[in-house]
Design a protein around this ligand. Structure first.
Ligand code: NAP
Length: 329
């Protein structure tokens, strides 16, 4: 139908959000100075929480979920954007309090958008998604805290989205990557992405000692809880850990010993409200430091119709790597 576009819409339900496929019009979109013809979105862990209601991610009803999208600018009242510009959006509360990426059209604040570098296609931007962009922010934080290529870096939640992209970036930059996973059957996949060593996540999932054997100079942790406590306790003197996720839990049952006896730095990573300059730096670096063949190897294609099921699967730890959702398929 002319003037309409297809979208997933979440309405408040008794226990979980009610998810429906709807044909909407621009009148259904929220305020913003740039309208984007959305081409691709993706499914992150947070999208799984939003779609299933496993956590109260959605703050406005009804809402188009989807925390990421890429596409082309259709209309712009923002001086920084013109029709045809290729753009990506990650976070800023989109898919939480503002209509998101599971639709063929989006209207947002231009200040939330980043122009994609030539080396990253709109499809690749969603293979990267919030997960991959968070991986890059994490690697930047390790670099800023003195972790040098050649040293051992641990990646937890390795077969997930953040983990898979982090492994590929770190391997290309010349780090020796140790991947921690609960899916040892994925060891070959993880080695294909660049992991030098694969360990079972059970080694890290139980209550931690204040200090353990020094094993890695840095870590990208997507898991939190006991895992992060163990990661800190086994980080080498002067090392750094980027904490970006909570797949095991939001708690941090750790001691201060790694900080006061080994000078470890714990760097917090937030992708949602990260300032524009940091985002642009992350995308510039992704364009050079992420092997696009590896990105392809960790990605799979999906349609808008597949999104509700993928939301359940990602929470059940059944999704490997990154989903590219073609919203027009
Ligand atoms: N800080 C930010 O701005 C930001 C941005 C994006 C994501 N995140 C967070 O980062 C985490 C990963 O996101 P994602 O999109 O990569 O999700 P994902 O694809 O589902 O990956 C999470 C991975 O964590 C591991 N895992 C799951 N449950 C676990 C448990 N109980 N104990 C230990 N490991 C477990 C699994 O890896 P294996 O199968 O390999 O064990 C899983 O694949 C999530 O907590 C997400 O909310 C934060």
């Amino acid at each position: 139908m002319t003037g309409t576009f297809r979208a997933i819409r979440a309405s408040k339900g008794e226990k979980a959000p009610q998810i429906e496929f709807a044909n909407l019009t621009e009148a259904d979109l929220m305020d913003g100075d740039v309208t984007v013809a959305v081409e691709y979105s993706t499914v992150n862990y947070k999208d799984g929480l939003a779609l299933t209601g496993a956590a109260p991610i959605i703050r406005h009803w009804p809402l188009i979920p989807g925390i990421d999208f890429s596409g082309k600018v259709e209309k712009s009242d923002n001086p920084n954007f013109k029709p045809g510009d290729r753009v990506v959006l990650n976070g800023w509360g989109v898919g939480e309090g503002h209509n998101g990426g599971y639709a063929q059209k989006a209207r947002v604040k231009g200040d939330w958008l980043v122009k994609l570098p030539d080396a990253i296609s709109n499809e690749q931007a969603m293979a990267i998604g919030t997960a991959g962009y968070t991986s890059m922010l994490s690697v930047l934080a390790l670099e800023k805290n003195g972790v040098k290529p050649g040293s051992d870096v641990l990646v937890t939640g390795a077969a997930g989205g953040v983990g898979s992209v982090a492994i590929a970036i770190l391997a290309k930059l010349g780090y020796r990557v140790i991947a921690s996973t609960g899916r040892m059957s994925e060891a070959d996949y993880l080695k294909g992405l660049g992991a030098d060593e694969v360990i079972d996540r059970n080694e890290l999932s139980n209550p931690a000692k204040p200090l353990g054997k020094e094993r890695w100079a840095g870590a990208v942790d997507a898991v939190g809880s006991h895992t992060l406590a163990n990661v800190l306790s086994m980080t080498k003197y002067g090392g750094a850990v980027a904490a970006c996720g909570l797949a095991q839990g939001m708690d941090l049952p750790a001691s201060v010993a790694p900080f006061i006896l080994r000078g470890i730095t714990l760097a917090g990573i937030d992708s949602v409200m990260a300032p524009k300059e940091k985002r642009e730096e992350a995308y510039r670096r992704l364009a050079t430091d992420l092997d696009m063949k590896k990105l392809e190897a960790m990605s799979f294609r999906a349609k808008l119709d597949d999104v509700p099921k993928l939301g359940q699967d990602i929470l059940a730890g059944k999704v490997r790597g990154r989903a590219i959702v073609d919203v027009n398929a």
